[in-house]
Design a protein around this ligand. Structure first.
Ligand SMILES: Cc1cc2nc3c(=O)[nH]c(=O)nc-3n(C[C@H](O)[C@H](O)[C@H](O)COP(=O)(O)OP(=O)(O)OC[C@H]3O[C@@H](n4cnc5c(N)ncnc54)[C@H](O)[C@@H]3O)c2cc1C
Length: 629
C-alpha cells in the first residue's frame, strides 16, 4: 500500500505557498495555513524588485549568481508577474563599489552588466539627474508579489494542496521527541467559505479523515484532513435585518463561525517569515533571528521607466521601482525586535526622498499616495551576509523529529528556497522525486500565444484589456468570458467586474474579503485609494451576502487603505482623502469609520491616526497637515 505523507506548511507568504506548490507537485498531501490572507507578511510589504544579483556581486558572489538564475527562471515560469524592464545601479560617493568594480564582479558571476557614462545612462532613463556621472546597466526586473503568490497558491491547489487562510497556528504539540499535532484557530472574520468541519458530521477539535483514497492513509498512520468544499456550498445566512436590501433569503451566507482545530500532520514546515521564531517557540524551540524594518512610499505617477538603485551593498540601497502606473520608493533599513512593529518614524518618507531626489529629481514633484512598512527577517548576519536563508531541521538542532523552519532569503530566490525545503522534506521520507517548479509555468503564464490571438475578443477598450492581461496573463480569456455586462469598476487600475468576480470566486482567497480582492486585482490601489471605487467592488457581494457582511467588508477594505494614506497626507493626497470622506459620508449615507478598531464606539475619522507631516518652517511655525508642499 502506498503512503503519502501529509505535510503542513505554516505561513502564506511567497515562501510558504512555493513550498506547498513544490511538495504538492511531488505528490505529497499538503495543507497550508495562513493566519491572515495570502501575502499578509513581508510578501505584501516589499518593493517588487526582481534582483539581478548585481548589487551583491561585489560582496557575495554565490548569492549573486543564484539570484540571477532565479531572476531568469521566474521571468520564464511567471511571465505575467514579471516585467523585464532592466535596471540601473548608480554608485554613490559613499559606496566602496564603483561602476567598474560592479561590472567586473558581475562578469565573475556571469551576470550581464554594462558600464555606462552619465550621458548613456540618461539616454536610457531620462529621469536621471544631470549630475549622475556613471551607472551600471543590469538585468533587474519588476515583479508583482501579490500576483506571484496568488498564482503559486492557485497552482498548489491544482496539484491537490489545501490552502486555508485566516487560520492561525496557536500551538504545536511535541510528545516523545516528535511533533505530533498543530492546533489552529480560524478567525471569526474569515473567508466566507465552507470549512471541512462545517460539513455534515464533522466536529470541531478533531482531525477530519478523508476516506476517499485508501492509498493516502497508511495502516495505523495519521489521517489526512479532508479538502475544503468549493465555492457555492456556503452556509445559510442570517436574516436578522428584514426589509433591508440584500438581507432576505435564507440561502444568503453570513460569516462562518470561529473554531479551534487540532491537525495531526506527518511533518510541519514553518515558513512564517519574521514570526518564525515565535511560531517555533510554540513547540518549545528558540533560535536567534535578524529583523529590520523598511519604509516604502508609493507615488501616484511613474517617475522612472526602469528600476533605479542608488548605492550598492554593503551600505544602504535606495531604489525607485516602477509598477503599473505608479512607483515604489524604498527602502529604509532599521533594526527592530518585534515583527509587528510596523509603525515607523514620521520622517521615513522624507529620508527616502531626500536620498533619491538627487538622482531622480522628478520625485520632488510626485504626489505620494501612501507610506507603508515591511519587516525583513533572516538568520543573524554579519557584513555582506544579507539575503542569506537558513533551513533548520529541529531534529538536528533540538532533537525533535517532524519539523523544519526556514528563514531568510528574498522574494527573488523564494522558489529556490522552496526547492531546498521540499528536497529536505522528501529526503526525510525517503521520497526521491525531482523538483519541477523551475519548468512548470504558473497559472496565467502558460499560453501567451493563445492569449495574443484573442486580444480583441472581449469588447474592452485596449488599455483596459492590456492592464487586465498584464495581471491575468493566459487566464485572461477564461476570466473575461462572462455572460453579463462587464463594466470597469476601478478606473485607475482598469479592473472590470469579471476580474473582481473571479477574485471573489477563487478558493485560495476569502469570499467576503475585499482586501483579498484588492491584492489579486489591484482594485482600489490607484490615486483615489478606493474613494471612488471601493463601494462598487463591495456591491459585487450583493445579493449573495447580507448587508451587514457587505458593510463590514467595505469597512475592512477602506480601513486598510487608510492605514497607508494617513502617513502621506499633504498636498493633493490630503485633498483626495477629504473628498473620499465627504463622498462616503454624504452619498453612501454614512460617516465612514476609518479605524476598524473603533468601529463600535466611533462614527468619525480617528484624528489621532494622522501624521502631522514634516515641519517646513522655523521653530515657531506650527506643525500641521499639508505643510510639505
Ligand atoms: C521593505 C522590504 C523590501 C523588500 N524588497 C524586496 C525586493 O524588492 N525584492 C525581493 O526579492 N525581496 C524583497 N524583500 C524581501 C521579501 O519581501 C521577503 O524575502 C519575502 O517576501 C519573504 O516571504 P516569506 O513567505 O518568507 O515571509 P512572509 O511574507 O512574511 O510570510 C510569512 C507569513 O506567515 C504568516 N504567519 C505568521 N504567524 C503565523 C501563525 N501563527 N499562523 C499562521 N500563519 C502565520 C504571516 O501572516 C505571513 O503571511 C523585501 C522585504 C522588505 C521588508
Amino acid at each position: 500500500m502506498g503512503y503519502t505523507p501529509h505535510v503542513m506548511v505554516l505561513g502564506g507568504g511567497v515562501t510558504g505557498t512555493a513550498i506547498a506548490r513544490d511538495l504538492a507537485i511531488r505528490g505529497l498531501d499538503v495543507t497550508l495555513v495562513e493566519r491572515g490572507r495570502l501575502t499578509d507578511g513581508a510578501t505584501g510589504r516589499m518593493q517588487g524588485l526582481l534582483y539581478s544579483g548585481a548589487r551583491y556581486a561585489d560582496t557575495s558572489q554565490p548569492v549573486a549568481a543564484k539570484c540571477y538564475d532565479e531572476n531568469r527562471t521566474l521571468a520564464e515560469i511567471a511571465d505575467h508577474c514579471v516585467e523585464e524592464t532592466g535596471g540601473l545601479l548608480v554608485p554613490t560617493d559613499a559606496d566602496e563599489a564603483t561602476v567598474e568594480s560592479i561590472v567586473e564582479a558581475c562578469e565573475d558571476c556571469d551576470i550581464p552588466a554594462e558600464a555606462l557614462t552619465g550621458e548613456e545612462a540618461r539616454s536610457m532613463e531620462p529621469a536621471l539627474d544631470e549630475g549622475v556621472e556613471g551607472a551600471v546597466r543590469v538585468p533587474d526586473a519588476t515583479v508583482d508579489p501579490f500576483r506571484l503568490t496568488v498564482a503559486t497558491a492557485k497552482s498548489a491547489t491544482e496539484f491537490g494542496a489545501e490552502i486555508r487562510t485566516h487560520t492561525e497556528v496557536t500551538d504545536i504539540h511535541v510528545e516523545d521527541g516528535a511533533v505530533t499535532a498543530v492546533t489552529v484557530e480560524r478567525d471569526p472574520e474569515p473567508t466566507g467559505r465552507p470549512h471541512p468541519e462545517d460539513s455534515e458530521g464533522a466536529t470541531a477539535d478533531s482531525t477530519s479523515p478523508d476516506g476517499d483514497d485508501p492509498d493516502t492513509v497508511p495502516d495505523g498512520g495519521k489521517q489526512v484532513p479532508g479538502a475544503s468544499g468549493g465555492p457555492g456550498a456556503v452556509p445559510p445566512g442570517e436574516t436578522d435585518m428584514p426589509g433591508m436590501p440584500g438581507t432576505t433569503g435564507e440561502e444568503r451566507p453570513s460569516r462562518p463561525t470561529a473554531g479551534t482545530e487540532r491537525l495531526e500532520p506527518d511533518y510541519v514546515v514553518n515558513a512564517t517569515g519574521a514570526w518564525a521564531d515565535e511560531v517555533a517557540g510554540l513547540a518549545g524551540f528558540s533560535f536567534p533571528m535578524h529583523r529590520s524594518r523598511g519604509a516604502m512610499v508609493i507615488t501616484e505617477d511613474q517617475p522612472v521607466g526602469m528600476p533605479v538603485s542608488l548605492g550598492a551593498t554593503p551600505g544602504p540601497v535606495r531604489t525607485v521601482v516602477p509598477h503599473g502606473q505608479h512607483a515604489v520608493v524604498g527602502a529604509t533599513n532599521d533594526p527592530v525586535a518585534d515583527p509587528d512593529d510596523l509603525d515607523g518614524d514620521g520622517d521615513d518618507a522624507d529620508r527616502l526622498l531626500a536620498d533619491l531626489t538627487g538622482v531622480v529629481p522628478a520625485l520632488d514633484d510626485s504626489r505620494l499616495l501612501r507610506t507603508f512598512w515591511g519587516v525583513r527577517s533572516g538568520p543573524p548576519r554579519g557584513d555582506g551576509e544579507g539575503r542569506r536563508f537558513a533551513l533548520v531541521d529541529h531534529a538536528d538542532r533540538d532533537g525533535c523529529w517532524g519539523m523544519t523552519t526556514v528563514v531568510g532569503g528574498t522574494l527573488t530566490i523564494h522558489r529556490l528556497v522552496a526547492e531546498r525545503v521540499a528536497d529536505h522534506v522528501c529526503g526525510t521520507f525517503g521520497i526521491s522525486r525531482e523538483c519541477k517548479t523551475d519548468e512548470l509555468p504558473l497559472p496565467g503564464s502558460e499560453d501567451q500565444e493563445v492569449l495574443d490571438a484573442v486580444m480583441d475578443t472581449f469588447g474592452l477598450s485596449s488599455p483596459v484589456y492590456d492592464r487586465t492581461r498584464e495581471r491575468l496573463g493566459s487566464r485572461t480569456p477564461e476570466v473575461l468570458d462572462t455572460d453579463g455586462p462587464n463594466p470597469v469598476l476601478c478606473e485607475a487600475e482598469s479592473v472590470t467586474r469579471a476580474e473582481v468576480r473571479d477574485a471573489l470566486d477563487d478558493a485560495t482567497g476569502g469570499a467576503v474579503d475585499l482586501n483579498d480582492v484588492r491584492i489579486r486585482t489591484s482594485a482600489t490601489m490607484g490615486a483615489c485609494q478606493g474613494g471612488r471605487c471601493a463601494h462598487r467592488i463591495a456591491a459585487e457581494l450583493h445579493p449573495e451576502y447580507e448587508l451587514g457582511v457587505i458593510e463590514d467588508a467595505l469597512d475592512d477594505l477602506l480601513a486598510e487603505r487608510w492605514k497607508g494614506q494617513r502617513h502621506a497626507l499633504w498636498g493633493d493626497q490630503l485633498a483626495q482623502a477629504a473628498r473620499n470622506y465627504d463622498f462616503h459620508a454624504s452619498t453612501l449615507g454614512r460617516k465612514y469609520r476609518f479605524e476598524v478598531a473603533e468601529r463600535e464606539d466611533s462614527d468619525g475619522i480617528a484624528l489621532d491616526g494622522f501624521d502631522d507631516g514634516p515641519v517646513t518652517g522655523g521653530a515657531d511655525q506650527p506643525v500641521g497637515w499639508g505643510m510639505r508642499r
